[in-house]
Design a protein around this ligand. Sequence first.
Ligand code: NDP
Ligand code: MG
Length: 390
Amino acid sequence: MPQKRRIAILGATGSIGQQALDVVSRHRDMFQVELLTANENAEQLAKDAIAFDANAAVICNPAKYDALSSALQGSTVKAFAGMPSVERLVEGDNIDIVLTAMVGFSGMLPTTAAVKAGKTIALANKETLVAGGDFIINLAKKHNAHILPVDSEHSAIFQCLLGATGNKISKIHLTGSGGPFRTWEREDIAKATAAQALKHPNWAMGAKITIDSSTLMNKGFEMIEASWLFGMAPKDIEVVIHPESVIHSMIEFEDGAVLAQMASPDMRQPIQFALCFPQRPPLNAKKLNFSQLGKMTFEAPDMQKFPCLALAYKAAEQGGNISCAMNAANEVAVASFLAGKIGFYDIPALISKAMDTVSFVKNPGLDELLATHEETMARTRERIENGSIN
Ligand code: NDP
Ligand code: MG
């Protein structure tokens, strides 16, 4: 029997993390779980670490260490706390694959550590590539670390590229559902609440990415993520709204031929593809029934109603640390929107201000990315507190 893949799941208690554990539980012969991490949810972390016989569990918030340690008592799982422990443990010789499924910029340091250690990265944490794509991709080249996409669109592109046999791609068609406000008028979207934005039509995901999907910031992030992963210019990545979420993205060749990847919207498919690559073991996902589906529809995104998408193209064009500032402002804005402190269109307003005011760094390294992130977060919080959003 081939050797088991030894895996670390960072953000194991989240939507992606839990679905990854579901995949692993169905293929116990293929995987050995070595490391699981969470931020706050010590109980779930301990439960999963014991159930999957993990070597170690890390709770990033040190205040939750006692809860983790007592929940793990009597087991063989080692308990750790704090991000530096994650950074150290992902480098271990006992790990082959690191699934990065924590949310936001918190993924930057552990992803950097795993890349430096030459691990295979199953990348869900897109914010790391949005904020520091140039830095991460060059680091991965230097340390021979393979990055396998988990995001459904990028997994789709990756799956299509396997059929490209070295031919040049002229365009990526990046599909998106359009989110819960696709058919709403602008003045109604302006009054949208967090509860309304959290009702995604096709996908059940963590709160932050669900809000990012409602603003189309997520699609903007994915455009940047695709440009780094596949070496495509942003102008050659076209977003197309496809409300049925059946085609997960497409690649176009110079002769006009287009390849698409399709599947029912179930994140376990791209997660499993990344973890098992290049194998395709069975998955108990709903299979497509084209006769029942009847039709698929497509439309252009509305950049007036969803300015975050236009801001992402602008950030990609400006380069440097601008998309790092965009990401940081978005993190603060989304948290404030979820807390009911700001309105829907305050999110793009805050991002735009952050992009216009950040001091430009052309080729940011890790220190500059961390500084841009911290400074932009602080300034954006100040703007919200002072009521100087517009
Ligand atoms: P969730 O909010 O459901 O889960 C986030 C995970 O990260 C949890 O384990 C959480 O721990 C942990 N976490 C949160 N904050 C921190 C922090 N500051 N430091 C360390 N760990 C932290 O998110 P999702 O699973 O939805 O998304 C995870 C990533 O995957 C995101 O980058 C998202 O964009 C991407 N993604 C998600 C998709 C989805 O379908 N959900 C699809 C494509 C990409 P705790 O539970 O203890 O708070
Ligand atoms: Mg996606």
